[in-house]
Design a protein around this ligand. Structure first.
Ligand code: AMP
Length: 395
């Protein structure tokens, strides 16, 4: 796997696909700059070698060229974080971009305007990719969040750098961490899958059954399994059309010697609301009018024992509706369990939008081995797919 560490960037202009798709508030202020911080090591390596960095990214989903999606809103923050003044150019291709790239001196950073101001980006247009490629000498992909998309700047562009393309430090770390969990893991391997729906994670579960020794299924997904087994789930979220599939998954797990743990009890509420009345009930006996919104204390205890026994842990999806304080308990407890297991030597990887949000919100970020930044990209890797952005560098 070729990374930036295999190149000397002295007198070279690196064209780096970063993921600066950061959240902005109404005042166009950045509310979370994690993604900019994450790109810093790659950019610094290039500058320290004596090279220059040309940064390209998308921001949001512009339909035309709406000002609110302009990269100019994040330019200052990039300067602050990297510690080098960033030059901004109001297009990513064309004369203006070419001139700006040509004028760029070693040690400088150029930030291109939003790639998605051009529909050719998401279309994977070859001519557009070629125009981008002409701006730099070496292509670096450091954007895991878009590695599952065959877009011009993430995939198509790589063909114009047959010998001069590599992964940035962030993307290579993502690939290594997922590879460590999926293919080079120390046993026992445990996957914890939570979140709202079974339907969005079926392919992940099917693929992961070949890789793990134990599986915890929690969150809203659990109720489809419990109902399929004949339990009463009251008004809990449940996908009736996926019940047969749930039973197939349990059968498949048994055949593959994977131990599946479902919650045994839940914190049920009489309304989907923070102020609802709550009570702890057995998961098979949730009364009508009540819905399970978090795993209960008995489940938390069992899950903790399973987590402490694991040497490799993958966590995707919360165990309850953690956005509402009364139903965040099991997700926090799980975070604590994983932190403890990590302290004792387990390798833990947390990924997927909502679990990352939970890990950050509850302060576990530094207590797990790795937090993956790409939601969709990570899920596709867990599904066993080859991501086009990764394949394009490896080819
Ligand atoms: P996902 O995007 O599939 O990982 O789902 C995450 C969402 O699942 C979060 O917003 C949680 O609030 C939600 N969730 C977790 N447990 C439950 C539950 N028991 N009932 C309803 N929603 C849940």
């Amino acid at each position: 796997m070729k990374t930036v560490d295999h190149f000397n960037f002295e007198n070279k202009k690196a064209l780096i696909r970063v993921d600066f798709n950061v959240p902005l508030d109404d005042q166009l202020q950045i509310t979370d700059d994690t993604r900019i911080e994450a790109a810093k090591p790659t950019i610094l390596k290039i500058l320290e070698d004596g090279g220059a960095a040309i940064l390209m990214s998308h921001l949001g989903r512009p339909k035309a060229q709406e000002d609110e999606f302009s990269m100019k809103h994040i330019c200052n923050r990039v300067s602050e974080i990297i510690g080098v003044e960033v030059i901004f150019v109001a297009n990513c291709v064309g004369e203006e971009a070419k001139q700006a790239a040509a004028n760029l001196e070693m040690g400088q950073i150029l930030l291109l305007e939003n790639l998605r101001y051009h529909k050719e980006e998401t279309q994977g247009d070859v001519a557009f990719a070629k125009a981008l490629s002409e701006l730099g000498d070496i292509y670096v992909n450091d954007a895991f969040g878009t590695a599952h998309r065959a877009h011009a700047s993430t995939t198509i562009i790589a063909q114009f750098f047959p010998e001069k393309k590599c992964f940035g430090k962030l993307l290579s770390k993502e690939i290594e961490s997922l590879d460590r969990v999926l293919n080079h893991s120390e046993k026992p391997v445990l996957a914890i899958l939570g979140g709202a729906k079974v339907s969005s994670k079926i392919t992940v579960i099917e693929n992961i059954l070949d890789k793990v020794d134990a599986l915890i299924i929690g969150g809203g997904m659990a109720y489809t399994f419990i109902k399929a087994q004949g339990g009463k789930v009251g008004d809990s979220i449940c996908e009736d059309d996926k019940m047969e599939l749930a039973l197939d998954i349990l059968k498949m797990a048994e055949q593959k010697n994977v131990t599946v743990h479902l919650p045994i009890d839940v914190l049920a509420a009489d309304d989907f609301s923070e102020t609802a009345n709550t009570k702890t009930v057995a998961i098979h006996e949730i009364p009508d009018g009540w819905q399970g919104l978090d795993a209960g204390p008995g489940s938390v205890q069992i899950f903790d024992a399973v987590v402490q026994n694991a040497k490799t842990i993958l966590w995707n999806g919360p165990l309850g509706v953690f956005e509402m304080t009364p139903f965040s308990g099991a997700t926090i407890a799980l975070g604590n369990s994983i932190a403890q297991a990590t302290k004792n030597g387990a390798f833990s990887l947390v990924g997927g939008g909502d679990s990352v949000a939970a890990v950050k919100q509850f302060g576990f970020e530094d207590k797990v081995s790795y937090v993956s930044t790409g939601g969709g990209a990570m899920l596709e890797m867990l599904e066993g797919k080859t991501l086009p952005g990764i394949a394009a560098i490896l080819e």
